[in-house]
Write a protein that binds this ligand. Structure first.
Ligand code: DGI
Ligand code: FE
Ligand code: FE
Length: 191
């Protein structure tokens, strides 16, 4: 039996997250599993990372900052001004220390699930894409097309999601994390 057990983690997330976030989490778990089947990644790892990717989403901004400061996790200026951007860093920390995840690939998939990064692993791409296309999502334009693309061309879907996210953010007052742009430039050149 692989540890931590998926059943235990799912129970913990049901307690830790609000109802909507929990539903999203289970959506990401199974969407990541389907993508793992399609592209030959580990099913357990995809489900575990899917279940834990937003584990720090329902704690306060203050608590996310405290977790990072206390454990010497560097906080960038953008993250300090927009502490919701810290949920992947705080989440990766909690996944390791509270939920017993040891696999660095799973921890990276949690850490980079919002901005991506240049040179993502297959599992990192799967979680990034699953987060965007899981069945509970309904806001993003072009979702239907991106859902098909995800199962035919994973890198194409990744690029499209990065472009759409940047486009969306450019029309909003929120600050853009430089990593989001760095990742897009990298995957555009990869084409
Ligand atoms: O946690 P989720 O909502 O499931 O998904 P996520 O972790 O990808 O976060 C999505 C939100 O984060 C979405 O509203 C877009 C936003 N986001 C992505 N990149 C950036 C960003 N927000 C800011 N302020 N800056 C970014 O670079
Ligand atoms: Fe998230
Ligand atoms: Fe999410």
């Amino acid at each position: 039996m692989k540890t931590p057990e998926l059943k235990k983690i799912r129970k913990a997330m049901e307690k830790e997250l609000d109802h909507k976030r929990y539903e999203h989490t289970v959506g990401v778990e199974y969407t990541a599993a389907a993508l793992a089947m399609r592209y030959g990644a580990g099913l357990y790892e995809a489900r575990l990372a899917g279940l834990l990717h937003d584990c720090a989403k329902c704690i306060s901004d203050e608590k996310r900052i405290v977790i990072c400061e206390k454990h010497h996790i560097p906080i960038s200026d953008v993250e300090r001004r927009n502490p919701s951007l810290l949920h992947p860093k705080a989440g990766a920390y909690l996944a390791e220390k509270e939920y017993g995840v040891k696999d660095p690939d799973v921890l990276h998939a949690i850490l980079y699930h919002t901005t991506g990064r240049p040179g993502m692993s297959l599992l990192e791409k799967i979680i990034f894409v699953a987060d965007y296309i899981e069945p509970g999502r309904d806001r993003a334009p072009g979702l239907q097309e991106i859902r098909v693309l995800a199962f035919t061309d994973l890198d194409g879907a990744l690029r499209r999601i990065l472009e759409d996210t940047l486009h969306y953010l450019e029309g909003r007052p929120e600050e853009i994390d430089p990593m989001t742009r760095t990742t897009m430039q990298y995957y555009r050149q990869e084409e």
